[in-house]
Design a binder for this molecule. Sequence first.
Ligand SMILES: NC(=O)c1ccc[n+]([C@@H]2O[C@H](COP(=O)([O-])OP(=O)(O)OC[C@H]3O[C@@H](n4cnc5c(N)ncnc54)[C@H](OP(=O)(O)O)[C@@H]3O)[C@@H](O)[C@H]2O)c1
Length: 208
Amino acid sequence: MKIAVIGTGNMGSGFARAFASSGVDVVIGHRDPAKAASLAAEVGATVEGGGTAAAVKLADIVLLAVPYQSVASVLGEAGDLTGKILIDISNPITADYKELLLGHTTSAAEEIQKAASGAHVVKAFNTIFAGLLSPEARAGKTLQVFVAGDDADATAKVRELAEKLSFEAINAGPLSNSRFLEPIGEMNIHFGFFLGMGPTVAPAWIRV
Ligand SMILES: NC(=O)c1ccc[n+]([C@@H]2O[C@H](COP(=O)([O-])OP(=O)(O)OC[C@H]3O[C@@H](n4cnc5c(N)ncnc54)[C@H](OP(=O)(O)O)[C@@H]3O)[C@@H](O)[C@H]2O)c1
């Protein structure tokens, strides 16, 4: 199982490091292949980096670590995604981080599924801040990753991937439940950045 991480920012670099150190085969893609190659060299000798389409071609799973507003252009340059698992980690938010751009009757994940109809889109990781992607950063705490999608095999594989990064993977139902997961991600941003808790918080579902 090879995963292509598209994007070299906070989440892209965080995932690249976390996957590489957890033994997951990873390739990094970016519209600027030199940027991906430089992150790959920093992450580890076995990690490759290149253009978006080149990275996608090598992988079974593609993780989009770009802003929701950039997803359409990234999909445009990604090449054939038919049959691939496409992980959407986005919180579709405004530039000031304070509002959602869409919701109630759709979600970023559902819009991405419409745009990449041959892929199996799975929503995951949108409630995890970049600084908590590495297991070492979690101070011994087990965080939950909510995984929503319509393809049973694809969601099982993404839960397995989350578990490889030492998260507790929670089945969050069909892709349309992203309509509820994305507001939770936005609330986490408010707790982290606007309500004083800092970007080391994460939501959890507690069974009593
Ligand atoms: N940061 C978090 O803690 C966090 C937590 C949960 C979910 N998320 C989600 O994760 C995603 C990435 O967030 P981030 O914090 O990693 O953002 P970021 O640090 O700003 O990085 C964004 C990446 O996307 C690339 N990019 C931007 N526009 C692009 C375009 N049109 N075509 C191709 N690549 C483009 C950027 O490339 P350049 O550097 O060249 O512009 C950069 O590599 C977002 O959807 C966000 O909602 C973030």
